[in-house]
Write a protein that binds this ligand. Structure first.
Ligand SMILES: C[S@@+](CC[C@H](N)C(=O)[O-])C[C@H]1O[C@@H](n2cnc3c(N)ncnc32)[C@H](O)[C@@H]1O
Length: 273
């Protein structure tokens, strides 16, 4: 892929979504954009680039490019341990702390195709059913990718997706099989509200505050500048007494005077004093 074309598309995605592609990722970018170019009727990425230079670029194409260049890898109960920490430590603590208010706000920021927020919903329904009658619990799940959100909202997964991380007891209890696919139960779906939100704009779009934020395996793809900007915003949107979880390989790029790093069951999370 020509340097100029690589630079054009990656600079666009970095500006809009914060995602940074280092040199060396030309092959990855080219193969993902080739698929997009062909689907739009161009013969290759170069023709797509030439058309953009000539005619300009609209919102739809920007979104298509972002959809093509984001990594959407996810699975149910990803890494297992963080969900054990939620079950054993965090939810019991939050339910206790919120005994007067009886409201808990959860945000799965960068939820991809929905496995993360649905895992949280299943966990709550399975282990804390008695609290659910008295507490108002909301799970907001957001992502920049339209394609991912469409799939997430449907809550329909194929056998390979089901085989990744979902305990069989949960499969039997919370999914219905139709042909080769599994449909998540309405009572799980009801818990989760999906919204399209770019993390770089989240603080301007969301006015609620959260007791638990999961922002996992997305900041690893961001430029240092975007990463810091998002961390500052996430921290602002976290209630005091709340928790932030990042992916297993990620660390908080900035710490604040009210940050306490906790290690629970081999999982790092960040508590806001
Ligand atoms: C690798 S997936 C991680 C999904 C899930 N959090 C997990 O841990 O399994 C990363 C997700 O981040 C989303 N993403 C990338 N840049 C984003 C941005 N600027 N704002 C919101 N979501 C973004 C992608 O669309 C993708 O679905």
């Amino acid at each position: 892929m020509e340097k100029e074309i690589f630079h054009f598309f990656t600079a666009l995605v970095e500006k809009v979504a914060g995602i940074s592609f280092s040199p060396g990722k030309e092959y990855l970018v080219e193969s993902r954009l080739t698929e997009l170019a062909l689907s739009l009727g161009y013969k290759d990425v170069k023709s797509l680039y030439q058309a953009v230079i000539k005619k300009g670029i609209d919102h739809k194409l920007i979104n298509d490019i972002i959809d093509a260049l984001t990594t959407n890898e996810t699975y149910f109960f990803r890494d297992y341990h963080p969900f054990e920490v939620l079950r054993i430590h965090i939810f019991p603590e939050l339910f206790k702390k919120k005994v007067d208010e009886k409201r808990i706000n959860i945000w799965s920021a960068a939820c991809s195709t929905g496995q993360e927020p649905y895992s949280i919903a299943m966990l709550l329904l399975e282990y804390f059913p008695h609290y659910l009658q008295n507490y108002k619990i909301s799970i907001l799940a957001t992502d920049i990718s339209k394609k991912c959100l469409e799939k997430a909202k449907m809550g329909i997964y194929n056998q390979i997706e089901i085989n990744r991380g979902l305990p069989v007891t949960f499969l039997v209890k919370y999914f219905k099989q139709e042909g080769n696919h599994w449909h998540i139960d309405e009572k799980i779906k009801r818990f989760v509200k999906f919204e399209r939100i770019n993390l770089l704009e989240a603080s301007k779009k969301l006015f609620e505050r959260f007791d638990l934020i999961l922002c996992r395996y997305v900041l690893i793809y961001f430029s240092e500048e975007a990463k810091k900007r998002v961390i500052v915003d996430l921290w602002k949107m976290l209630n005091s007494g709340g928790y932030l979880f990042l992916g297993g390989t990620e660390i908080l790029a900035i710490t604040f005077p009210d940050t306490i790093k906790k290690i629970l069951n081999n999982t790092i999370c960040y508590y806001k004093k």
